[in-house]
Write a protein that binds this ligand. Structure first.
Ligand SMILES: [Zn+2]
Ligand SMILES: [Zn+2]
Length: 336
């Protein structure tokens, strides 16, 4: 136990030092400046060639999303994740060693040319992430966390990294074994990570481009905006267009759908108006720690029973055709 605590503390200290040296030493292997550069590039594109011309440059939640961007990319790691993940990795390796497995690298791809293990690593990671994303939509508990990402009502590049920090935990955990199996190194991971960062910013940006047949391979803003649609097309209960970097998985597994030009579609999900608006409450929501969630669930239930009444034909007409909601006082919305 003491060993893991030591690893935790060292991981924390190591990351704090690493972060400081990242900020003070700009270079090509630097996540911090890549994030700033890639973001500035897409912000400029949105200013020069906007898809939705009447959308404000500093759209709704722009600053909140910018904060999410740095929180998820750096601060989250700084506070806990890096330290905790060192512990998990060590614990995991120790457990494997105790049953006689000391080397997880099943396929020695490092001896292949650089481009080959980059491509394999990228494809494998994107595939695992695609399934993970589907899981986030399918499981009600995980969907509560993923709602943060889907609470975006005006789309722009910075919405890419607006998500609950628990998603970091879910994604990193599920992709760890497949990537360890092919022995992806840190330098490869860096290149893959920056590439996927750029495509992710692109998917969310207020920008239109015709990729031609490449749209069946790569995700793009005209496809991903439909992933954020408020009301899903008929027949797709859990969502559409789950692609992270590649769109090809959606075409292969039948979850691709672009019913029409999505430039002005309503974004969010049913009930998004009642979703918490601040960073702290949005992060507590998935854990059931805000009163907003209770209210939210009540509304979902009411909407559901209203539907059933309609179906059974025994519903009395409600005032203005809307369900009567419990009155909410300001202090009811405070964090418990
Ligand atoms: Zn999603
Ligand atoms: Zn998105």
């Amino acid at each position: 136990m003491e060993k893991y605590w030591e690893i935790f503390v060292n991981g924390y200290k190591g990351y704090a030092n690493y972060l400081w040296s990242e900020i003070t030493n700009p270079n090509w292997h630097n996540y911090f400046y890549w994030l700033i550069g890639v973001s500035a590039f897409f912000f400029l594109l949105e200013i020069l060639r906007p898809w939705r011309r009447d959308q404000a440059k500093f759209r709704k939640d722009f600053w909140l999303d910018l904060f999410y961007m740095f929180f998820n990319f750096f601060l989250f790691s700084l506070i806990i994740y890096n330290a905790a993940s060192d512990v998990v990795v060590n614990f995991f390796n120790d457990t494997l060693a105790s049953i006689g497995i000391t080397n997880l690298v099943a396929f020695e791809v490092m001896s292949w040319p650089t481009w080959a293990h980059l491509v394999i690593g990228f494809l494998l990671r994107d595939f695992v992430q695609w399934w993970t994303h589907r899981l986030l939509h399918w499981h009600p508990k995980l969907w509560d966390f993923h709602k943060v990402h889907h609470s975006v009502e005006q789309m722009g590049f910075a919405a890419h990294l607006r998500y609950h920090w628990m998603e970091n935990v879910v994604y990193r955990t599920l992709e760890y074994i497949p990537l360890a199996l092919i022995g992806i190194g840190l330098r490869d991971f860096f290149i893959i990570h920056i590439f996927t960062l750029a495509v992710g910013h692109f998917n969310h940006s207020n920008f239109k481009i015709n990729l031609g047949p490449l749209k069946y391979i790569f995700n793009n803003p005209q496809m991903h905006i439909w992933h954020h649609v408020h009301d899903l097309p008929e027949g797709y209960k859990y969502g559409i267009n789950f692609g992270i970097t590649l769109s090809v998985w959606d075409y292969l597994f039948g979850t691709a759908s672009i019913p029409h030009d999505g430039r002005d579609i309503k974004l969010g999900f049913p009930g998004v108006e009642k979703f918490p608006k601040t960073f702290v409450k949005q992060n507590l929501f998935g854990f059931g720690l805000t009163k907003d969630e209770k209210l939210f669930k009540e509304e979902e239930l009411q909407a559901f029973s209203l539907d059933r009444e309609k179906l059974n034909g025994n519903g009395k007409p409600k005032e203005n055709g809307k369900p009567k909601l419990p009155e909410v006082k300001d202090d009811d919305l405070s964090v418990v």
